[in-house]
Write a protein that binds this ligand. Sequence first.
Ligand code: GLN
Length: 380
Amino acid sequence: ISRRLERFKTTIFTEMSILAVKHQAINLGQGFPNFDGPDFIKEAAIEAIKQGNNQYARGFGIPQLNAAIAERFYKDTGLLVDPEREVTVTSGCTEAIAASMIGLVNPGDEVILFAPFYDSYLATLSMVDATIKTVTLRPPDFAVPEKELREAFSSKTRAIMVNTPHNPTGKVFSLQELQLIASLCKQHDSLAFTDEVYHRLTFGAEHISLASLDGMYERTVTLNSLGKTFSLTGWKIGWAVAPPNLTWGVRQAHAFLTFATATPFQWAAVSALKAPDSFYKDLIADYSSKKDILVEGLKEVGFKVFEPKGTYFVMADHTPFGFASDVEFCKFLIEEVGVAAIPPSVFYTDPDDGKHLVRFAFCKDEDTLRQAVDRMKVKL
Ligand code: GLN
């Protein structure tokens, strides 16, 4: 294995999902719904296949999808973008992240990450030999520490990665926090990459796209996908929205990474993005009750719970149960209790920062969530 990647293990999501199957545990680890997205989108994919849309798509996206993404982006952010020059369709947001890093970051450039961070950011930045600076978000509210963020920026800062709503903490970045990030990006002439895949999953907090702040569109690559909003994580349809000069880098990387993305799913994505507003309202109502079942359940079990404002994850403190680390706690949970969760220490540069925490996913049907809580009540 290359030196770039030798320090990374199997992703924690894969590892925990394999263990969950082995121990027949209820899987609240890897974040994928145990239910499917809406029938009208599935039908659209089947129809697209039947109609013969099965060869390579245009590399940066079928024109209809680029247009649908631009339209959605306008509704969500008020920003008018050119679908032909500013939108790139990728194989999931993970590829959009990789294409942005590879296409826009040079070896030795500094990139700022907020810890805990989604694992692919660090691995992808290692592939481009970037220098990582981390700023740690700490419980209970995972607020951005202003002084540390200011200190992390320098004349070498090429970019900052912002994930809001934030996996794994469930934090939604506030307007003030985004304004601080924006002012530092402008002051240091840095780019921003924003992973907004959970943008539709907020509970009483407002999601704000960094690109919509004054002077930020021109320096921001906004990344999103179909998977979380439409419960279709296996379709791997993602995208990057950025001004033409930044899109150039993203598209060059994308062209040589995957070239194009599954054609029939792109057609189905066009239908998905035209979903009526009521779809999004129902989605939030549904996820709010799932969240409440898990959050209240975890509290009853005895966890200290950090209630999420967004995403379909919840972080909790497992110290009341007396385990030395998150890895040990998760091992016990999966083997003895029959519930899989994610040990978050892998999302920090200093694993100690996360060793008292555990992440649970609530993108599961309500019965499954209740069963998981019941198992924990009995065995913890
Ligand atoms: N985004 C999902 C999560 O955080 C995992 C995706 C993956 O397995 N790579 O659980």
